[in-house]
Design a protein. Structure first.
Length: 306
């Protein structure tokens, strides 16, 4: 299983198009949906756009975005009251992000039989595994080319495990990471920026004007986004890394990826990081080159983070 093989499993743009048409029509036949969404291939084209769209529909039906009843297709999530199709389209990455991280879709991260294959892994294991690994790195020095990524992963990962199965997966990872709110930049300036995903997570774990201890915030964020610090997917990936080739953040320090996201949200006044003298423990954000930023003991959600 996979979502990173773009040829076989589709692109975010195809998911968006299928979902928009399905949302407009409530229920629509599979053939009509594909006919509306996909232009007919030209005679001299060696590509099959309908085949890719059909494969995308199958994959995201398996993941729970679409529901099929006979030859009829509908979305599993309805529009909110008064929500426009454009507003729903803007919200769709949040829906897809949650589906991609679901335990039933992502686990196991590796085949339980020890094979170097995606066949017996979770449907989104390739994405979750790759994302957890990337967010565990120093995001300021993480390379963007396939060759360098493959070399780094091979260097860090223990024998019998893998991050990206082959060289078709990294381009797919960059595409889906951007769509799902974990990255910015084009292919040559790709940067693991999880600010969008973390902002959404804050809207799920805290109420506006609520203040929580730093450790509780990280714990709740990790439950919502299991690929970040202390999340279950993150921990499983970290356990496969050789300690001599990968350095875990120091105790009480936040990874550069989560530090960057939280610092951005603090600067945007979405959250407020505070330090109370009588608090039992504190956490420290880490920036470029291992430079420590501010330490904090509590987090306050200042405004609607959705």
């Amino acid at each position: 299983m996979s979502i990173l093989n773009l040829q076989s499993d589709g692109l975010p743009s195809i998911v968006l198009t299928l979902a928009r048409v399905a949302a407009q029509n409530k229920t629509i036949s599979r053939d009509d949906l594909l006919a509306i969404c996909v232009p007919q291939a030209t005679k001299d084209s060696d590509k099959d756009p309908t085949g890719r769209a059909r494969a995308t529909l199958v994959r995201w039906t398996n993941l729970g975005l679409f529901v099929e009843d006979g030859d009829q297709v509908r979305l599993s999530v309805g529009l909110s009251r008064g929500e426009t199709i454009d507003a729903f389209t803007t919200r769709l990455p949040e829906v897809c992000r949650e589906l991609a991280l679901r335990h039933e879709n992502s686990m196991p991260l590796w085949p339980t039989d020890g094979k170097i294959s995606e066949e017996a892994a979770g449907r989104t294991a390739d994405f979750c595994r790759g994302l957890a690994w990337c967010l565990a790195q120093d995001i300021y020095t993480l390379p963007s080319s396939q060759t360098e990524i493959e070399s780094l992963a091979t260097f860090q990962v223990q024998a019998g495990r893998f991050i990206f199965l082959n060289d078709t997966r990294w381009p797919g990872f960059r595409t889906w990471a951007r769509f799902l709110g974990y990255a910015t930049g084009d292919d040559s300036s790709f940067f693991c920026d999880a600010t969008t995903a973390v902002r959404w997570a804050f809207s799920q774990i805290m109420r506006t004007e609520e203040t929580l201890a730093a450790s509780e915030v990280i714990s709740r964020l990790a439950e919502c986004l299991p690929v970040i610090d202390s999340g279950v997917y993150r921990q499983e990936v970290e356990q496969t890394l050789k300690p001599e080739t990968w350095k875990k953040p120091a105790p009480g320090h936040v990874s550069t990826s989560l530090s960057f996201a939280m610092q951005c949200l603090h600067n945007q006044k979405t959250i407020q990081l505070t330090r109370m003298a009588d608090a039992s423990s504190q956490l420290t954000l880490v920036g470029r080159g291992g430079r420590t930023w501010e330490s904090f003991t509590h987090v306050r959600l200042m405004k609607d983070a959705s």
